[in-house]
Design a protein around this ligand. Structure first.
Ligand code: KG4
Ligand code: ZN
Length: 352
């Protein structure tokens, strides 16, 4: 039997410097060097700091991916790299590194859309059949995609302002909880109840666009009102605010998932990706929204990683798609070129 090609994947579009080796659906190694400490003092990702850290660490990540897989570059058949969308300095670091390796070794170069990496992950982890619905919910992205084939994506809707992870992070900051805010808010919510009324923006409108920035402002107002009433923010109120906010996000995502499924008849599964997919209340709400199977890849493959880029690159290579040395790094790169452009630009990079 002919062995599937071994693909080196490189991902540097936000704040994770990542390299991985993938052969078919087998992940041989998966290295992610996080930058949280570098950005912690700034309350968000600083693009210049991220770009410099990627440039310093990407070769290290590649070397570690090779040694973790017990391979050398001799065993690599192609180089796949995130060519966008994302913070341009970071994307450039990855693209330059990939071009260098491809040119030096005479290997095919494959540019991959970061969102296609997320969108095809359910095929890598669970061999989910096309078409399926993907909900991508992270700190920088929030959109529904109907995935019809390896290069066929239809964007059904998305956030018109903040991404949900961004809202979790801001709410954590408002309530004096640590970053990243999602896990901190989820932990705090366990001690509270979702009794504080908060809005569910856009639920009265058809379609599956979403909005989260008003929700965050409503948490701020509720916090200030409770603090004025009680002479400070009581721990029990903080827990109730976390629980109420989380319930509102889960409700919005569940309701809009139903709307997205309505717009995508025939899909066989709903898949989630992105850091917010780790949230238990969100997962429960999505499970309750549909009788279809909910596929949630392991968290390390839900969040940014290079295995998904290597896999998506391998899929493109198998279709005969590859790029030349003129491969460009793109800050914006909508997966679905026919969809209306999205509004806003999150702290973790341009939304596509
Ligand atoms: O996908 P990801 O690791 O990075 C990008 O945004 O690219 O997502 C990170 C986001 C952060 O905003 C974080 O607060 C959120 O995912 N997050 C969560 C949870 N774990 C991470 N949000 C809600 N509940 C969680 N358990
Ligand atoms: Zn991502």
């Amino acid at each position: 039997m002919v062995q599937e090609p071994t693909i080196l994947g490189i991902e540097t579009s936000c704040d994770d410097t990542a390299a991985a080796l993938v052969r078919g659906r087998a992940i041989l190694s998966d290295v992610v060097l996080r930058q949280d400490d570098l950005h912690a003092a700034f309350g968000g990702v600083v693009p210049e700091i991220a770009a410099r850290a990627h440039a310093e660490k990407i070769d290290l990540a590649v070397l570690r991916a090779l040694s973790d897989a017990d391979l050398t570059l001799d065993a690599v058949d192609a180089v796949a790299v995130t060519a966008g969308p994302g913070l341009i300095g970071g994307v450039l670091s990855g693209v330059m590194c990939a071009k260098g390796i491809a040119a030096a070794r005479g290997l095919p170069l494959v540019g991959v859309n970061h969102l296609a990496g997320h969108a095809l992950t359910p095929r890598l982890t669970d061999a989910v059949a096309f078409p399926y619905l993907l909900l991508l919910v992270s700190g920088g992205h929030c959109q529904f995609l109907r995935v019809d084939g390896p290069t066929a994506f239809v964007r059904l809707g998305g956030t018109i302002d903040d991404a949900p992870g961004e809202a979790f992070d801001k709410v954590a900051r408002l309530l004096g909880l640590p970053q990243p805010g999602g896990p901190a808010v989820e932990a705090c919510a366990r001690n509270g109840a979702p009794g504080i009324p908060l809005p569910r923006p856009l639920l009265d409108r058809p379609g599956c666009d979403m909005s989260f920035s008003g929700l965050k402002t409503a948490v701020l107002r509720a916090r200030d009102a409770a603090s004025a009433r009680d002479g400070g923010l009581r721990m029990s109120v903080r827990a109730d605010l976390c629980s109420s906010f989380q319930a509102a996000v889960a409700d919005i995502l569940a309701a809009k998932t139903r709307a997205a499924l309505h717009a995508a008849p025939g899909v066989g599964a709903i898949c989630v990706a992105g850091g917010v997919a780790a949230n238990g209340a969100v997962r429960d709400a999505l499970r309750g929204a549909t009788a279809l199977p909910l596929i949630a890849p392991p968290l390390a493959l839900c969040t940014d990683n290079a295995a998904m880029i290597a896999y998506a690159g391998g899929v493109r290579l198998a279709l005969g798609l590859r790029d030349g040395m003129d491969l460009a790094a793109r800050p914006r790169w909508p997966l679905d070129g026919d969809a209306a452009p999205m509004l806003g630009s999150g702290k973790r990079g341009a939304k596509a």
